[in-house]
Design a protein around this ligand. Sequence first.
Ligand code: M6R
Length: 369
Amino acid sequence: EKGGYDYFMLKEIAEQPKAVADTLLGRIDLAGNLCLDEVRIPASVLREVSKVVIVACGTAYHAGMIAKYAIEHWTRIPCETELASEFRYRDPILDQRTLVIAISQSGETMDTLMALRHAREQGARVLAICNTNGSTIPRESDAVLYTHAGPEVAVASTKAFLTQLVACYLVALYLGQVRGTKWGDEILSVIRELSEIATQVDEVLETMEPVRELARTLADKNTVLFLGRHVGFPVALEGALKLKELAYMHAEGFAAGELKHGPIALIEQDVPVVVVVPSPRGRSVLHDKIVSNIQEIRARGARTIVIAERGDETVAPYADHLIEIPATPTLLQPLVATVPLQVFACELATARGNEVDQPRNLAKSVTVE
Ligand code: M6R
C-alpha cells in the first residue's frame, strides 16, 4: 500500500505532480477560461463580494496565507486569513457580502468547522476547499471546491497542501475573471503557467538528493530557522512546521523584513537558516531585499540554505547550500519552493530515528477544539 516507499509521506510527496494535475483537471477550458460551475455560488453573488475571509488550521492555514496574496492581487477584494481557532472568539465582522473560504484536507477539523458555522450564522457565504468527499466541512458549506489529492495518510500534510494552493489560485483567478480586473492578461498567462506546474514539481523531485544529503548533516542541530518574504513567508512557516512535526526540532519561520526587529538576535555561528528567495524577474524589489537579508545573516555566521530560481546568479555567492527551483510567476512559487522543505523535514526525521508517518502527540485529523 505504500507503493514501494518506506513511508506514506515519501509516497505522498512523490504523488504531488499527479495530485496537482488532478486538481486542475477539467477546470480550465481550451481557451484558458476557468470552469468552476461546481462552485455553486452564482457569478452575480461573487461580483458583490466585498471581503474574503479565509479560515483554516496548520498547513491549510499556510495555504490560506498564500491565497490572501493571490486574491488581493488579482481581484482587489480585501482578504484576511485567520486561524480558525481564533476566528469566532473575536467576534469578527461578517455579512452577506463576505465570502468565507474554509480550507481543510480532512473536512473534519473541529476548529475550522466551528469557524464556518459561526460565519454562516452571521449570514456569510462559505466556500470549502476540501480533500475528503462528503466530509462535514463541505456538507455544512454553501459550496465546495474539492482538491483531488487522493487519500493522504501521513500525518504531515504534503500533497494536500499543494492541491490546496492550486484550488486557492483557481478561486482567486476565477474571482478575478468573474469580476474583471485590470489583470486580465496576467490572469490568462498565469492560468497557462499553472498547467506547467505539475512538470515543474516533477523536476524539483528529480533533484532532491543533495537536499537529503544536507538534511542528514544537520541531524544534531538544535534549531533551524526559515526566512521568506511575500508568498515566501508562509512557505517559511510551512517549512518550520514540517520540521517541528517530523524532526521534533526547534524551527521557526520569519518574514525576512522582521529580522532586524528581533529574530536576527538568534543568529549565531553555524545556525542553519533556510531562505526562500523570490524570482529575480517580476517584482525584483522583493528579490533584492532578501539578498541583503542573506548577506546580513551570513555576516553573523549563519549557514545559509538558499532556495532560489535556477540561474539566479546574484544570490548564489551568499548560499552555503543552493537549492534550485524552476522559474514560475511570483505568486505561484510556493508550489515548487515547498517541495524541498518537505523532503528536508522527512529526511531529518528519518536521520533522527523518528516515526515519519505518525509523529508523536499528533493526529491526522483534529476533531476536538
Ligand atoms: O484536515 P485539515 O487540513 O483541516 O488539518 C489541518 C491541520 O491539522 C493540518 O494541516 C496539520 O497542521 C498537519 N499535520 C500539517 O502537516
